[in-house]
Design a protein around this ligand. Structure first.
Ligand code: UDP
Ligand code: MG
Length: 319
């Protein structure tokens, strides 16, 4: 049996309503894992992603020596992916494996035990995959489905119905840290790492309390980010659009202009001018579109901005 130090990373943004229950349930999972000898040590690492409510106070109050709870307080709201990265980076330096899970108890905490089993059998990355989405609203279910499909058709590789509920071994975490990009889409990057993969299936529940922190606007931004950090297909789409303006529309305009010409509704030069305006416009659109997308990406990466700053920690000193 391996000596396993397990870190569970929980990003939290304004989660005061669910935190006490999350801490209770995850602590019970840790107790069980320890009692059965599947882990020898561990930490529940709550990452406060710049919350505006009492999230940090709650984490700090529970982060007592002897408890499983520890806390990282980020200086600013970095978003789900940024908060996860902060926690995983800590875990890569201090633990043998890390499980990432949302604070809202939508993912089945009991699946963690199975993930640890797979890890102890030699898996490096264990994906938590939802069996069904019965509790999600029609809207959430279908936008999420469309999201996976879109990413797939755009050439990204993601595990179907897997969010960010997964276990990663230390070497997988270290591999993840070797990706320096700021256009971070964890689900896609993890797939690129390789190593031994395994899957655990579970039922996803509805939020224990509080509201989704992913309104439609954030979901759309997330989808755009996911696609543009992984695929150059949008570039070819712009080119397609440009070709339509440069070739298809001029053809229609030629027919229109010729008909007008035949009817004698034109003055000399109008026909050729009209066609070239559309043609040149299309060519320019292609050129600007392609260049713009590349510059946008380079701009983001070249700044090499830090991903986050840690403001405070709680109950992590002993490690
Ligand atoms: N979250 C975060 N920073 C943010 C938004 C969300 O750390 O800016 C956390 C949030 O506390 C939760 C997880 O990310 O633990 C997923 O968010 P949520 O449950 O609101 O998303 P949904 O399940 O509705 O997609
Ligand atoms: Mg949720």
């Amino acid at each position: 049996m391996k000596n396993t130090d397990l870190c569970i990373v929980i990003p939290c943004y304004n989660e005061e309503e669910v935190l006490p229950e999350t801490i209770r349930q995850l602590s019970a999972v840790m107790d069980r894992l320890k009692a059965s000898g599947k882990i020898t040590a561990g930490r529940l690492l709550f990452v406060d992603d710049g919350s505006k409510d009492r999230t940090w106070e709650l984490i700090a109050a529970h982060a007592q020596p002897g408890s499983w709870v520890g806390g990282l307080k980020l200086a600013h709201n970095e978003g789900h992916q940024g908060a996860l990265m902060a926690g995983l980076e800590w875990a890569a330096a201090h633990s043998d494996a890390a499980v990432s899970i949302d604070a809202d108890l939508q993912d089945d905490v009991n699946a963690i035990e199975e993930m640890v089993d797979r890890f102890n059998e030699g898996a490096d990355i264990v994906y938590g995959v939802r069996k069904a989405r019965e509790t999600d609203t029609w809207f959430k279910k279908n936008t999420a489905l469309a999201f996976y499909r879109l990413i797939r058709t755009m050439g990204g590789d993601v595990v179907y119905n897997h969010a960010d509920f997964r276990l990663m071994s230390r070497r997988a975490l270290q591999a993840l840290l070797a990706y320096p990009e700021r256009n971070l889409f964890l689900r896609g990057v993890v797939r690129l790492i390789g190593f031994n993969e395994a899957y655990v299936y579970y039922d996803r529940k509805s939020r224990f309390a509080g509201e989704s922190k992913y309104p439609l606007k954030k979901m759309l931004a997330f989808a755009v980010d996911g696609i543009t950090s992984f695929s150059v297909k949008p570039l070819s789409l712009i080119i397609t659009g440009g070709f339509i303006f440069a070739i298809v529309v001029p053809v229609i305009m030629i027919i229109y202009a010729l008909v007008q010409h035949a009817n004698g509704h034109t003055i000399p030069g109008w026909t050729s001018l009209l066609v070239s305006v559309w043609f040149i416009g299309g060519i320019i659109m292609i050129a600007i579109g392609v260049t713009g997308v590349y510059i946008g990406k380079i701009y983001k990466e070249v700044k090499q901005r830090p991903r986050y700053f840690i403001d405070r920690t709680a109950n992590l000193e002993s490690k």
